[in-house]
Design a protein around this ligand. Sequence first.
Ligand code: PTJ
Length: 260
Amino acid sequence: DIEIPESHPRYQSLLTRHRIEEGVDKGITSRQGLIAQGRGEAFDYLLGERTIPSADDAARVAAAHLLLADHPVISVNGNVAALCPEEIVELADAVDADIEVNLFNRTDERMRAIVDHLREHGADEVKGLTADGRIPGIDHERAKVDADGIGTADVVVVPLEDGDRAEALGAMDKVEIVVDLNPMSRSAQVATVPIVDNIVRAVPNITAHARDLKDVSRDELEAIVTGFDAAAALDAAERAIRSGSDGDAGDGDDTDADTN
Ligand code: PTJ
């Protein structure tokens, strides 16, 4: 085992990387997951490894969607399972959502390893093994979902999703909440609610917002949801990455003043 001193300036980042390595060793994370992690780290570095204000807003909107949902489902892949299994279980509890394992590179062994891993981290029921539903428009293995899970969900959380599947899920008329550090990725672009943040920060943040919003009326939750502008959130994230600031619109200019 690697010992990382807590005083290291990039302690969290190194810890996260180590979790992905362990995930591969345990047969939870795919080898492609290592590449995905590397890409994510690069964007996170540029964001300053923090939750920018627009991502925090998006997390609150995601929480409102999840509280309003009839049947919310949180989709878990090999990276998410390795990085934040307990946090996923806590979010599912907070918003009364199902957890479903849904893999891009689906194998039976990895499906089972991830289901067991989530159970070890407190999950009761984990969906995904039945695979009696399909996402239309993508090839067989990647299309497999549970009919009583993602198949009939009205709101889905899909962290680190591949672009094709994110598009196909969006085409099924579901509210799609995507967590992706790359605001230019297709998944982020097609999401109803893109959260440009590291999954290890975004998931506990959605849970915290859900707890805050627990006693808020449906009308107020609906106002939070309809007030959200996904394109503006993506623009803010891209600006933050390019400039190293928070990426808030109107920083140093008056673009808000000339909308008429
Ligand atoms: O476990 P599987 O088989 O379902 O495979 C999962 C991966 C992630 C390998 C698969 O979905 C894949 O290939 O994804 P991509 O196309 O590499 O996209 C991953 C996206 O997630 C990229 O845009 C990364 O920037 C982003 N990303 C990587 N790590 C994180 C992240 N976003 C948020 N938090 C992270 N920790």
